[in-house]
Design a protein around this ligand. Structure first.
Ligand code: HEC
Ligand code: HEC
Ligand code: HEC
Ligand code: HEC
Length: 237
């Protein structure tokens, strides 16, 4: 089903971009860093470096079905990543989630931004390269498996999150429609690039974040914070 429903949605949005009038604003369009229409290497298209209506990439580099984004068009990176090292010096081996690999297909700096649609390009990112060594970045993937689990029988059968009471439970972020955790291949939930960033600039924030991280805000669990609302939507500090 997915194959037929998602393309329609994607094409509908593309159509809106092509025909946008005052009053209809697609927020990726304009000055957003992912408005690739402004780039010399993009065929003056916004979506195409990431999505295509036809002949999309259907498998990831491990040969598994690519389900992290509809109709993916950007050449995937074959890099292996060094994951977060904790303060006792323990590094984590393992992988990042499939969705983050889509971001890293441009942002690890090994694949050109214009390597899409089966072509090998030559325009590498000049800013925003995260690299393949993620040991100095906020943990993602295997290094940030969500420390709570859902007990489906809890809360009178409605389900309840147990463990790590110092974290904000995922259901509160889901209810707010922001900051999804990402599934690892084995089904466990983890933090990924798109737990913090929203590539389409839906929220019109700095750095394509889901939530502004500067200034006062209310967290999804109702705390008033003076700043770092993005962090505080996961961490209770
Ligand atoms: C920088 C890469 C990138 C660009 C550019 C991009 N997308 Fe996406 N898109 C993604 C990723 C990654 C996902 C997977 C879900 C997520 O992480 O938000 C996605 C998901 C989607 C989805 C399905 C779910 C959702 O989040 O709505 C649609 C529809 C979609 N994109 C349409 C578009 C259209 C239309 C454009 C051009 C106006 C576009 N995208 C531009 C990366 C991109
Ligand atoms: C097709 C290549 C491509 C893909 C795929 C891609 N990006 Fe980008 N991204 C760019 C480019 C190009 C820029 C602008 C870089 C610059 O400033 O020179 C950028 C900029 C950014 C910025 C910087 C915004 C700012 O204002 O500082 C963030 C954050 C970002 N991307 C996150 C992501 C995330 C998260 C994903 C995956 C959902 C992703 N990108 C996927 C090409 C890509
Ligand atoms: C825990 C939340 C979080 C995660 C996970 C995360 N980021 Fe970020 N990212 C941020 C915040 C917050 C900023 C803004 C930093 C600042 O204000 O200096 C940022 C900034 C950026 C920038 C712009 C700054 C620069 O160096 O040019 C890029 C590009 C970026 N992130 C890409 C990524 C990619 C790719 C991933 C996944 C590999 C990722 N981020 C994962 C929170 C996150
Ligand atoms: C989407 C949820 C999420 C967001 C947003 C988030 N974190 Fe985290 N963070 C985690 C998870 C999960 C871990 C790994 C926790 C564990 O293993 O117990 C983690 C780990 C950390 C650690 C490492 C702890 C250690 O033991 O080494 C630090 C520090 C941290 N986060 C700070 C931040 C900051 C600062 C921000 C905002 C820029 C932020 N986090 C945003 C979920 C999140």
């Amino acid at each position: 089903m997915r194959k037929f429903t998602v393309p329609t949605a994607a094409l509908a949005v593309c159509f809106m971009v092509a025909t946008s009038h005052a009053g209809i604003t697609t927020k990726i369009n304009g000055k957003a860093p992912h408005d690739f229409g402004l780039q010399p290497w993009s065929n003056q298209q916004i979506c195409l470096p990431c999505h295509t209506p036809h002949a999309a990439i259907v498998k990831d580099t491990n040969g598994a079905a690519l389900t992290a984004a509809p109709l993916w068009n950007h050449t995937l990176s074959t890099a292996t990543y060094t994951l977060y090292v904790d303060d006792s010096g323990n590094g984590v081996t393992g992988d990042v989630d499939q969705n983050s690999k889509l971001c890293l297909s441009c942002h690890d700096g090994t694949v050109a931004a214009d390597s899409f649609g089966g072509k090998t390009g030559s325009n590498f990112l000049t800013g925003g390269i995260v690299g393949t060594d993620l040991s100095d970045d906020h943990p993602i993937g295997e290094a940030a498996i969500w420390p709570q689990t859902l007990d489906p029988t809890g809360n009178g059968g409605k389900g309840a999150w147990t463990g790590a009471s110092y974290m904000v439970t995922p259901d509160l972020r889901s209810a707010a429609g922001i900051m999804p955790l990402r599934k690892m291949a084995d089904g466990r939930l983890a933090v990924g690039c798109t737990s913090c960033h929203e590539p389409h600039n839906r929220k019109s924030t700095e750095h394509l974040l889901w939530v502004n991280n500067s200034g006062p805000a209310k967290t999804v669990d109702g705390r008033d914070v003076s700043g770092s609302a993005l962090c505080m939507n996961c961490h209770k500090k």
